[in-house]
Design a protein around this ligand. Structure first.
Ligand code: MIG
Length: 795
């Protein structure tokens, strides 16, 4: 297709290559990131995911030998051949990513000759050959490769052998392994080959496909039905570095408000207001912490967005403010579909100003969603986003604390919108094929910016559809799962892969959305939710009640236990999110992100790390009360419940009765804890607890704790505190020294004291700044409190 190389020219960090039939630009973004671009549709890249391309000037060389062009940075070597074949090597010329030279050739699929029509008539879905893609890149598959990322996909952690489609899809059927697409499209993956990792970000918003050796195991390919050839090769060699670089390109999750890490309760539908208030009361009466309640579509007046049904909510402002006094924030759903209804302000304004997507004849396009006939705001257009941002003020003025964006794939009651619906992409007239996958992204962006402008607090937006980069604006949930064990199981690899795709703040509907939950399933699901950044129980209209108390006492107790554990862990989660701002590492992590050298971790679907130091191995099967757990190699692990120490690199069997979720703390970790509160901010936190798991052989452990006001943007001006805790084992390995360093202090509130809880030690004496202090031993854990002392010596 490209033909022979005719010549090249280097302009700054770009190498323009002229091929017989097509021009190409190879851009050196940094020593480890290279962009490969060919303007098959448009002259420019016009990325929707990357807002500020951060080019890091670096030394590189370009050479041309008779059949190839060779580019070398300090980290990578790239050979480019005729037909734009590209081979990428590490610095030592180990191949990382090699273009496939053969033809696309599918595995044999027998049966196409006969029986086809009949089988289809019976309702079987038959694969009708392979996708012909306008843009496509084929890479050679090696036997020992592993593939992760791809955003929100069903199935297992390792995606080798499967085919996925990037086309935001609202499919209400139970999500199963054979689904190629769900609500989100993140055309990014991480490949792991001989322990070296690289990433490929194929920045194309059209329907795209990733076939990871399903069509044929000799190659994998990615491609799209239209658009430019535009992909970034991102070198590691560690997965952590790949993720760091990918999120440097597409952005990271900003610090959320602290309360958003609390427990959240949702249901379709908490109406009328008495029901909402009743739910709030139940939480407080039953001593179950909760920070947020949700209102689903029925709070609106005839599903008109930005309105309230005055019968169900005669006085929303007062109701919300009353709830707020008891620590409940209310999050309301806002769908994109605007009801076609003369006299309804949002509709009238939209029509007057041309804010809606149109058909090819420039007539506002109408489809059916909840309010009946409805129109779709043209979110890719900045004017429309500004208008939508302004509308957020309506909800903020009512006292709403966050906005939940649903149906923004965009979905309709008649399937996907036609290809030729017209959008105005910030000045470029284009169509639905190009804007579909970024519709939700732009809706979240508008929502984020509006909330930010009108509250000056960190916006809480939750979206169902997204594209690469949406993490800058919104948290996500994984849509309409069901109360099925299979869906609890599947949520773990799905969340881990979302994390490996730059989505830090995510969660599933705890307990399952559709179908009826059981007591046992909710008990196990809350044990997972406790560790997911978004911890929200949600269920559909007409399904069985699913609140923490909806079953029996045992289930309620289990919910309380894990929701309370969550509130203890709030500072740990918040620190993890703060660290993520520079590392790009998510909260939910696949094990190999930290244990890339340990191949046993590459296919673990049912364990995950919450941050760096907590390994969670939940039970995800009905009736099971014991399970096998793999503890990764490289350090020891401490059973959170029994404090028993295990060596990494081994499989163990753990008994796990219904109220127990197996949790292991990395030896050497310091986990900060808050006291349990009914909601974030209920208590002024004057004492921070440090739960410490010292390792005999760790000479030095350091943990940095971050503190700020938990809601404003003042931290961006430097208004926060940092505390450094440094633990050194003494030479004889019996005792240790803990140093407390208030490393940075600009935020007014400060802890008055620190409570230390140290596991697995037996001290004879503890000195704080040279003075002997009292300590207790509670259930084998050494406990003591210090105030202004900075050096603690444990003997
Ligand atoms: O399919 O607003 O995923 O969370 O409760 C119905 C009603 C539309 C889909 C969302 C779900 C929400 C529901 N919505």
């Amino acid at each position: 297709m490209f033909g022979k190389i005719r010549g090249f020219e280097q302009v700054d960090n770009k190498i323009h290559i002229e091929f017989e039939n097509q021009n190409v630009i190879v851009e050196i973004i940094s020593t480890s990131i290279i962009n490969f671009f060919s303007p098959l549709k448009r002259e420019e890249r016009l990325s929707k995911a990357i807002e500020d391309l951060n080019v890091k000037q670096c030394n590189f060389s370009v050479d041309s030998k008779k059949d190839k062009i060779t580019i070398a940075t300090d980290k990578l070597n790239v050979n480019i051949f005729d037909d734009f074949k590209v081979d990428i090597y590490d610095y030592n010329w180990n191949i990382l990513c090699e273009d496939y030279r053969g033809d696309r050739k599918s595995f044999v699929r027998r049966g196409a000759e006969g029986g086809w029509d009949v089988a289809a008539e019976e309702g079987h879905e038959l694969k009708d050959g392979d996708n012909e893609l306008k843009v496509q890149v084929l890479k050679k598959m090696e036997n020992d490769m592993y593939f992760y990322g791809f955003g929100e996909k069903t199935g297992h952690l390792n995606k080798k052998g499967y085919h996925y489609k990037m086309w935001n899809t609202d499919n209400p059927n139970p999500h199963v392994e054979s689904f190629e697409a769900l609500y989100k499209s993140i055309p990014f993956f991480i490949g792991l080959k001989e322990k070296q990792a690289f990433g490929i970000f194929f920045d194309n918003t059209f329907e795209s496909h990733f076939d990871i050796g399903k069509e044929n195991s000799d190659y994998y390919y990615f491609g799209a039905v239209d658009g430019n050839l535009d992909y970034y090769f991102i070198y590691g060699p560690s997965m952590k570095e790949v993720l760091n670089r990918y999120t440097d390109l597409t952005g990271r999750t900003p610090l959320p408000q602290l309360w958003t890490l609390g427990y959240q309760q949702c249901r379709w539908a908490y109406v009328p207001e008495q029901r909402l208030i009743e739910i709030a009361k139940e939480f407080r009466n039953r001593d179950i912490p909760c920070d947020a309640l949700y209102l689903d579509i029925d709070y609106m007046d005839g599903y008109r967005v930005f309105t309230w049904d005055k019968n169900k909510f005669p006085n929303p402002k007062e109701t919300l403010s009353e709830l707020k006094q008891n620590g409940f924030k209310v999050v309301t759903i806002i769908d994109p579909g605007v009801k076609k209804d003369k006299g309804y302000e949002i509709y009238d304004e939209g029509i007057k100003n041309g804010y809606f997507a149109t058909d090819k004849d420039n007539i506002p396009y109408v489809n059916k969603v909840w309010p009946g006939d409805a129109l779709y705001p043209d979110f890719p257009n900045e004017r429309v986003r500004n208008w939508w941002a302004e509308n957020q003020k309506i909800m903020m003025d009512y006292g709403v604390s966050g906005i939940w964006n649903d149906m923004n794939e965009p979905a309709s009651f008649n399937g996907p919108l036609p290809d030729n619906v017209v959008f105005n992409n910030d000045g470029i007239i284009t169509d639905h094929r190009e804007m579909h996958n970024v519709f939700g992204h732009y809706m979240s962006k508008a929502t984020y910016e509006g909330i930010k402008k009108y509250t000056n607090k960190r916006p809480f937006v939750i979206t169902r559809a997204c594209y690469a980069g949406t993490q800058k604006y919104s948290t996500v949930w994984t849509g309409d799962n069901q109360s099925l064990w299979e869906h609890l199981r599947m949520s773990l690899p799905m969340l881990m892969n979302l994390g490996l795709s730059g989505i830090t703040f995510c969660g599933t509907d705890v307990g399952g959305f559709g179908f009826d939950c059981t007591a046992e399933l909710l008990s196990r699901w809350v044990q997972v939710g406790c560790f997911t950044p978004l911890f929200r129980n949600h269920s559909s209209i007409m399904t069985r009640d699913q609140e923490p108390w909806a079953f029996d006492k045992q289930t309620e107790d289990i919910n309380r236990k894990y929701i309370k554990l969550r509130y203890k862990l709030i500072p740990y989660l918040y620190d993890t999110l703060w660290k993520q701002k520079s590392s790009g590492l998510p909260v939910i992590r696949a094990l190999m992100l930290h244990y890339q050298e340990d191949e046993n971790t590459y296919e673990i679907n049912d364990e995950f790390l919450c941050g760096e130091n907590i390994l969670v191995a939940p039970v995800v099967e009905q009736g099971k009360t014991a399970r096998m757990i793999y503890l990764p190699k490289g350090n020891n692990w401490v059973d959170y419940w029994t404090k028993e120490v295990f060596q990494g690199g081994e499989y163990i069997v753990k008994e796990a009765p219904l109220d127990l979720c197996p949790i292991y703390i990395k030896q050497g970790a310091i986990i900060p804890n808050y006291p349990i509160q009914n909601y974030i901010g209920e208590k002024k936190i004057e004492e921070l607890t440090l739960d410490i798991y010292p390792a005999a052989n760790d000479r030095e452990i350091k943990y940095v704790h971050y503190q700020d006001d938990g809601e404003s943007f003042e931290y961006r001006k430097g208004v926060y505190n940092l505390y450094e805790f440094l633990i050194k084992r003494n030479d004889d390995l019996n005792g240790m020294t803990i140093t407390i360093n208030k490393a940075y202090r600009a935020y007014r509130d400060n802890y008055h004291s620190f409570k230390f809880k140290i596991n697995n030690i037996k001290p004879t004496e503890i000195l704080a700044d040279g003075r002997a202090i009292e300590f207790k031993i509670v259930e084998g854990i050494v406990e003591f409190v210090v105030e202004n002392e900075t050096e603690i010596c444990i003997k």
